[in-house]
Write a protein that binds this ligand. Structure first.
Ligand code: OGA
Ligand code: NI
Length: 349
């Protein structure tokens, strides 16, 4: 028998998993549509690696060859590991530790942050939207809007300060990557930053926690999806689970020590006029270890109209309509349950 708790009453899968032990999981967590046998492990070591210190190198040749690597990584994978990004190991460890402490707070302490909708500054919850969905996902989250204004929970002590530092460092790395990506498209380095209003843009700081799951092949951490922003920068606590879709197969992402995992988002697909596809990815579970991922989605200014870069349209037709990022974000939040991309709503056909 599954547990007595009715799944829609589960406000934290962490708390549920701890009380449920190794008993079977509720059937509303059974994902019957997610095959697990289509993982192409031989491709895992082919995920591109980009050396950030080469991208920012003052040697024009080293820089140019890295821009070229970035072009290939974005066009062929939409996914790469970023080494030598300059964010200290200490900061990465501290932000991970505080993130764990946050999720370890008693439920009552987190109640004040209970999710009240997509554009609220701080929201804590489980799955996506337990009251509205048929299938639930085995993860808890904290999602915070950290740009253009910085918000953050005031507990545990010290979390906010560390998160601020991490958020700003990540933004700096994302900004440099966007400059390289702009160049890789044959545009001026500042082009995407300017056209998307990146310097007054959105950043969402998500802290996902995936408790061990006694039936890891039945439940899913996160279903296949693409991210809505321009670039997502992710780190995890050393426990695997992230998979990326590549040439029709799922590939396990095995990060290098201290690297950042980067993926392209919907807005970059639109800006690049389809050249850099927003990559599908998902999170799978295990029955031993708690997995934590820090996922920072870096997007345009919410009030900016976003569409294919004008510099690209001199030679090609636009594949996407222009839409305010705020409106796109709303559509994307609504369509993500439907196993389709928000991009379908703005694609010219
Ligand atoms: C996300 C995401 C993957 C992970 O939060 O958008 O893709 O490994 N997370 O947690
Ligand atoms: Ni994602």
């Amino acid at each position: 028998m599954a547990s007595a708790a009715s799944p829609s009453e589960i406000t934290s899968i962490k708390a549920f998993a701890e009380s449920n032990g190794s008993s079977p999981i509720p059937s509303t967590y059974h994902s019957l549509t997610e095959p697990r046998d289509d993982v192409a492990d031989h491709l895992a070591c082919s995920i591109p690696v980009i050396d950030f210190s080469h991208l920012t190198s003052h040697d024009p040749q080293i820089h140019a060859s890295t821009v070229h690597q970035l072009a290939n990584a974005c066009a062929q994978w939409g996914f790469f590991l970023l080494t030598n990004h300059g964010i200290s190991e200490k900061l990465m460890e501290e932000v991970m530790e505080k993130s764990h402490e946050f999720h370890n707070l008693p439920l009552e302490e987190k109640e004040e942050f209970a999710d009240k909708g997509p554009l609220t500054a701080i929201r804590h919850g489980t799955s996506f939207h337990p009251q509205a969905e048929k299938l639930h996902y085995w993860r808890d989250y904290l999602k915070v809007i950290t740009l253009p204004q910085f918000n953050f929970p005031h507990k545990p002590p010290g979390y906010k300060e560390i998160a601020f530092e991490y958020s700003r460092k990540i933004r700096g790395v994302a900004r440099e990557l966007l400059k390289g990506i702009s160049e890789s498209l044959g545009l001026d380095a500042e082009s995407i930053i300017e056209s998307t209003g990146f310097d007054s843009g959105l950043q969402i700081f998500a802290v996902n926690l995936y408790p061990p799951c006694p039936e890891p092949d039945l439940a899913v951490g996160l279903p296949p999806h693409s991210d809505h922003g321009l670039l997502t920068l992710l780190t995890q606590n050393g426990i695997g689970g992230l998979q990326v879709k590549h040439t029709g197969k799922w590939v396990n992402v095995n990060p290098l020590p201290n690297c950042l995992i980067v993926n392209t988002g919907d807005q970059l697909e639109a800006v690049s006029n389809g050249r850099y596809k927003s990559v599908m990815h998902r999170a799978v579970l295990n029955n031993r270890d708690t997995r934590i991922s820090l996922v920072l989605v870096n997007g345009p200014d919410l009030d900016k109209e976003i569409g294919p870069a004008l510099g690209l349209l001199e030679k090609e037709d636009p594949l996407f309509k222009t839409m305010k990022y705020r409106d796109y974000f709303e559509i994307q939040q609504m369509t993500r349950f439907a196993y389709k991309s928000g991009l379908d709503e703005i694609r010219h056909n």
